[in-house]
Every structure is written in structure tokens, then in C-alpha cells.
Design a binder for this molecule. Structure first.
Ligand SMILES: NC(=O)C1=CN([C@@H]2O[C@H](COP(=O)(O)OP(=O)(O)OC[C@H]3O[C@@H](n4cnc5c(N)ncnc54)[C@H](O)[C@@H]3O)[C@@H](O)[C@H]2O)C=CC1
Ligand SMILES: O=C(O)[C@@H]1CCC=N1
Length: 270
């Protein structure tokens, strides 16, 4: 039987909503989705919205669940969700930091437990989707991969110990890129450009540069050198970023602080 015939999204806020929008934009039948989220006023057309657990249990229509609430809520919510997460159900979790072992403790009867790490670009089908599973058979694994691949580029991680680090890079990453764009614009304003022009130039520059890099025959490091014409302007700027590995050190600290918080969220959930 095909897998993920109906996905029940429990907690459909910023991230769950972006994924749902991405699947619908990819042409997947809205009837394959249902939402359980007391905070949501309406669902996209054709998607069922349950107000409470009892309504979702009565429908009993799903074969997979996507957990899209906050990691800090797992302990409190899990016991009430047991009727939705039993035998025959695959549990997909967006909960940053929370491990497969913790998901298995919270939902012991489910068929399979899968960690999923997307980012908000799922909305435009351009997110990396990192997956780590326990309990899926070969066929279910390839169905799951195809289902998440609609949202961008999926990959199976082979070592769960790396999950917090890939979360920092690929899940939190857009936050860092947006801060970079903002800082670039602010720097240009400090040096004399007008705010609107600085923001618009910073945004269009990053959009073009990242599209070019994504399709280039050379690594970003080599591309940076191609921008820096010998004896020209760009090298002077790169020298500032490269001095004493300033940017690499800053980003190493950034990713470490982010990944460490994943471990903390996990420890606090026990
Ligand atoms: N925002 C992002 O870019 C990313 C978030 N995540 C993960 O996604 C999850 C959600 O994060 P956000 O979407 O940012 O938060 P959010 O606050 O936008 O969404 C959480 C949703 O859960 C709902 N909710 C609260 N209590 C509920 C309950 N009892 N039953 C059902 N739904 C309930 C809220 O109404 C809300 O719509 C987190 O676990 C986070 O780690 C993962 C990757 C990226
Ligand atoms: O900030 C967070 O915890 C979530 C996980 C990755 C992106 N947002």
C-alpha cells in the first residue's frame, strides 16, 4: 500500500504552514492533508481542520502525523495524542533537538519515527529536507523521500548525532542569511546609501549570487576569487572578512551556539 495517504499536521504554524503550502503548490491533492491546531482559524481550501483531538480521532483518516508544535510542548501534549499516533501510523517530527529515542518514548505504538528538518523555503519548494528514521521499511522509506522531495532537496542523514548541526546549518540557516542581508544593508547605510536602496540592492545581489553559485561549475570559494579581479576592489573587502579567519570563526561560534541549544532542548524534554 502507498504510504502517507493522509498526513495529519499537528501544529501548523510558520514551519508546518510553509510545508503544507509547498506540497499544495507542488500539486498534491489537498484531501491528503488534515490539520489539528487550536490556534488556526482556517485551513487552505480542501484541507480538513480539526479543532481538537476528539474530532481527529473520530475521523481516523490519517496514516501519518507531522508534529509541528514547539519541542517544549512534547511532554505535555504527547499523552493526549496517543490515540492519533498508534499502530499503523508513521510519526514525522519537526521538533528541533528532540531525538528518535524521545519520540519513541512519547509515541511507543507508532510504526515508525522520523526526524525531519526543513526550512521556511519549503513554501517555495526550495528547502533542504534532512531526514533520519527508525522503523520505516524500504518501500516506506522511498515513499517518504519522494513526499518530502516535493519541498526541495531531501537527504537521509546516516548519523543522528549530526542532526543538531545540520539543523543549525540548514534549518536555522535562513535566519543567519537574513541577518547577513540586513547587516550588509545597514553597513551601506552607515557609509551613505539610503535605506530602501541599500536593502533592495542587498536582496537582489544575494538572490542572483546564490542562484549563480547553485548552478555553477565551481565552489563558492572559487567563485569568490573570480569576483575579486586582480588588483581590484573586491579583494580589499575579502581581506577584511578573511583576516585571522574572522568570518569563519564568527560562523563557527554561531553554528555551535545553535546546535548546543538543540542538545539543551533535548535534555530539558526528559
Ligand atoms: N520556524 C522554522 O523556520 C523552523 C521550525 N522548526 C520546528 O517547527 C516547529 C514549529 O515551529 P514554528 O512553526 O516556528 O512555530 P509556530 O509557533 O509558528 O507554530 C507552532 C504551532 O503549533 C500550534 N499549537 C500549539 N499548541 C498546540 C496543540 N496543543 N495542538 C496542536 N497545535 C498546537 C500553534 O497554534 C502554532 O500554529 C518547532 O518544533 C520547530 O523546532 C523546524 C525547522 C524550521
Ligand atoms: O529556531 C528553532 O528552534 C527552529 C529550528 C530550526 C529553525 N527554527
Amino acid at each position: 500500500m502507498a504510504h502517507i495517504q493522509q498526513l495529519l499536521i499537528i501544529g501548523c504554524g510558520n514551519m508546518g504552514g510553509a510545508m503544507l503550502a509547498g506540497w499544495l503548490a507542488a500539486g498534491i491533492d489537498p484531501a491528503r492533508f488534515a490539520i489539528l491546531d487550536p490556534g488556526l482559524e482556517r485551513a487552505p481550501q480542501g484541507v480538513v481542520l480539526y479543532r481538537d483531538v476528539a474530532e481527529a480521532e473520530a475521523a481516523g483518516a490519517h496514516d501519518a502525523v507531522l508534529l509541528g508544535f514547539k519541542p517544549q510542548q512534547l511532554g505535555k501534549l504527547a499523552p493526549g495524542l496517543r490515540g492519533l499516533t498508534g499502530n499503523g501510523i508513521e510519526i514525522y517530527s519537526l521538533l528541533a533537538g528532540l531525538t528518535i529515542a524521545q519520540l519513541k518514548t512519547a509515541f511507543p505504538s507508532a510504526d515508525a519515527h522520523i526526524r525531519v528538518m526543513p526550512n521556511l523555503a519549503a513554501r517555495i519548494n526550495k528547502s533542504p529536507i534532512i531526514l533520519f528514521e527508525d522503523g520505516l521499511g524500504t518501500q516506506a522509506k522511498s515513499s517518504a523521500f519522494a513526499f518530502f522531495e516535493h519541498l526541495g532537496t531531501a537527504l537521509w542523514l546516516d548519523n543522528e548525532a549530526k542532526f543538531d548541526l545540520v539543523t543549525a546549518l540548514a534549518g536555522s540557516g535562513p535566519g543567519f542569511v537574513y541577518r547577513f542581508i540586513d547587516a550588509l544593508a545597514e553597513a551601506a547605510v552607515n557609509l551613505g546609501l539610503e535605506q530602501v536602496q541599500a536593502t533592495s540592492l542587498a536582496l537582489s545581489m544575494v538572490e542572483g549570487a546564490s542562484s549563480l553559485a547553485a548552478n555553477a561549475d565551481a565552489s563558492p570559494g572559487i567563485l569568490a576569487d573570480r569576483v575579486a579581479s586582480p588588483g581590484g576592489m573586491t579583494r580589499e573587502g575579502l581581506n577584511v572578512l578573511d583576516a585571522d579567519k574572522a568570518l569563519v570563526k564568527l560562523l563557527t561560534r554561531t553554528l555551535k551556539a545553535t546546535a548546543d541549544k538543540g542538545a539543551q532542548l533535548s535534555a530539558e524534554a526528559d
